[in-house]
Design a protein around this ligand. Structure first.
Ligand code: 5GP
Length: 199
């Protein structure tokens, strides 16, 4: 079986990363799977443990990290988030397109580790749109909202580190463009499926 592709998706909170990932998951030709991160943040209403995140305590996070179970981790908006190594390895071996919705620090770690993949940045059409989206979705309390808004400029300044920036002014068009870019990407043979590890 051909090894799958790793697709890293970053961008400020409210730029539409989750919606884009959902659209990509609906495209059978991509054979995509979203990596379920571990986090110490509390679930939002409607979020399901094991589906949206693995919601764990800071102690459990430490144990997971110390045992080498995380491909990368970062502190984002005062909570900790990390990508479980095992799930990613397995999905790549099974030829899946693995989507990682992670922040700019996590993406940097993966690049520093030399992990091959497509690194995409999702930008909002304008800062005003982003702020409106974040406020309208009403998922954050006032503290979390202001933390997220304060981080936008820092995150936006990292976009040059990515293979491409997609401006999310139209979910369908952008998802279609990302789909085409993923299908055009041919992973090298570096990652030996027999060995299982992400290179
Ligand atoms: P949220 O709390 O809105 O779900 O996510 C906050 C930020 O954490 C988002 O930018 C999201 O991309 C990032 N994030 C989610 N999971 C991970 C992860 O496993 N690693 C890193 N580095 N960032 C993550």
């Amino acid at each position: 079986m051909k090894r799958g592709r790793l697709v890293v998706i970053s961008g400020p909170s409210g730029a539409g990363k989750s919606s884009i990932c959902q659209r990509l998951l609906e495209m059978p030709e991509l054979n995509a799977q979203l990596s379920v991160s571990a986090t110490t943040r509390s679930p939002r209403p409607g979020e399901i443990d094991g589906v949206h995140y693995r919601f764990i305590t800071p102690e459990e996070f430490d144990t997971l990290e110390e045992s080498g179970g995380l491909l990368e981790s970062a502190e984002v908006f005062a909570d900790r988030y990390g990508t479980p190594q095992e799930g990613v390895d397995e999905a790549l071996i099974n030829g899946k397109t693995v989507l990682l919705d992670i922040d700019v620090q996590g993406a940097r770690t993966l690049r520093e580790k030399g992990i091959e993949g497509l690194y995409y940045f999702i930008a909002p059409p304008s800062l005003e749109t982003l702020e409106k989206r974040l406020r309208d979705r009403k998922t954050e309390g006032p503290m979390s909202l202001s933390r997220r808004l304060a981080a936008v400029k820092i995150e936006m300044s990292a976009q040059d580190e990515y293979d491409h920036t997609f401006v999310n002014d139209d979910l369908e068009r952008v998802s279609g463009e990302i789909r085409a870019a993923i299908l055009a990407f041919k992973p090298s043979e570096r990652g030996d499926p027999e060995q299982g590890e992400v290179p």
